[in-house]
Design a protein. Structure first.
Length: 106
C-alpha cells in the first residue's frame, strides 16, 4: 500500500477525519489528553499510525507535523506540532519514544 501524501495540513486533516481520526489530542505533561472525552494516555496506551510533515511555502515558521494516533481503546485522533526551530521539545521527545506501527483498521 502506498503511503498517503498531502500538499498541506488541511487536506491531511480532512482525510484523517474522514477515516475516523476525529479527536484532537494535546500534550499534557508526559501524556496525551483529549479533554472532550476526559481521556489521558501515557506512552504504551496509544500508537502513532501515520506521520505527515509540512513545510511552509513562504515562511519556515509554518512547518508542522501531524500525528495520526489510536488509543488502546480504539479512540482515533490527531496531534499537531510544529517542527524545526519552533517545535515543542516535549512533544518531539514523546513522539521519539514511540515505535511507529503499520496502519491497521480499527
Amino acid at each position: 500500500m502506498q503511503p498517503l501524501t498531502f500538499d498541506s495540513e488541511a487536506p491531511a486533516l480532512r482525510d484523517l477525519a474522514r477515516r475516523g481520526y476525529s479527536h484532537n489530542y494535546n500534550l499534557t505533561g508526559a501524556q496525551l489528553a483529549d479533554s472532550s472525552l476526559d481521556l489521558h494516555l501515557y506512552p504504551g496506551r496509544f500508537r502513532v499510525r501515520e506521520v505527515h510533515r509540512f513545510e511552509g511555502a513562504s515562511n519556515p515558521d509554518d512547518m508542522c507535523v501531524v500525528y495520526a494516533i489510536v488509543s488502546d481503546s480504539g479512540v482515533k485522533g490527531v496531534l499537531i506540532d510544529a517542527y524545526g526551530s519552533c517545535a515543542d521539545s516535549q512533544t518531539t521527545e514523546l513522539m521519539r519514544q514511540l515505535v511507529l506501527t503499520p496502519c491497521a483498521s480499527h
